[in-house]
Design a protein around this ligand. Structure first.
Ligand code: CO
Length: 186
């Protein structure tokens, strides 16, 4: 497995609609492995293929499984998903506001309204159909990643976007929501 560089906001690949995956051969398996390793190393809780400069419809998602995360996310903590050609087929009417960060836009936060729960269909890394029910933070991550596949970034839909305070410069600390978003960037 190899770490791949995460492309940044100025890279036009982030604005392209990614193409459907149709081949599940060795090259694709390497891409999945590399994306998982790159996400965990960042560290992040999700990554979309365009973020590693591959314009294909593939996302990986994994909420951390440290003690704090297990308390917060319950049985969602530590579960790894690789979803190919994901689609949201159902979304809750209930929406929640939350603070997000993106590995492709370091140093910034945004307040984003998302569906509280979603049902996602797609394929696993070997092309087998799968269906995922996600709620809470995990549902937020899936929506953020699927947006990446359509060239959409959280800053496009955020109700507010702001730059992270530089804690070392001015002694100000991140808010709890910012700290959470930084630990859970995708
Ligand atoms: Co992102």
């Amino acid at each position: 497995m190899t770490l791949r560089p995460i492309v940044q906001l100025d890279n036009p690949i982030l604005r392209r609609r990614a193409i459907k995956v149709t081949s599940f051969g060795p090259e694709f398996q390497t891409l999945v492995d590399d994306m998982v390793e790159t996400m965990l190393d960042a560290p992040g809780v999700g990554l979309a293929a365009p973020q590693v400069n591959v314009s294909q419809r593939l996302i990986v998602v994994r909420l951390p499984d440290d003690e704090e995360s297990r308390e917060e996310y319950g049985d969602q903590a530590g579960v790894l998903y690789a979803v190919v050609n994901p689609e949201i087929i159902k979304a809750s009417k209930t929406r929640l506001d939350g603070v997000e960060a993106c590995l492709s836009i370091p140093g910034w936060f945004g307040s984003v309204d998302r569906h509280e729960a979603v049902i996602i269909t797609g394929l696993d890394r070997h092309g087998k159909p799968l269906r995922i029910k996600a709620r809470g933070w995990q549902a937020r991550v899936f929506q953020h990643e699927i947006d990446h596949l359509d060239g959409r970034l959280y800053i496009d839909i955020a109700t507010d976007v702001w730059k992270a305070k530089d804690a070392e410069d001015d002694g100000e600390e991140l808010t709890e929501a910012e700290e959470h978003a930084r630990r859970s960037a995708d």
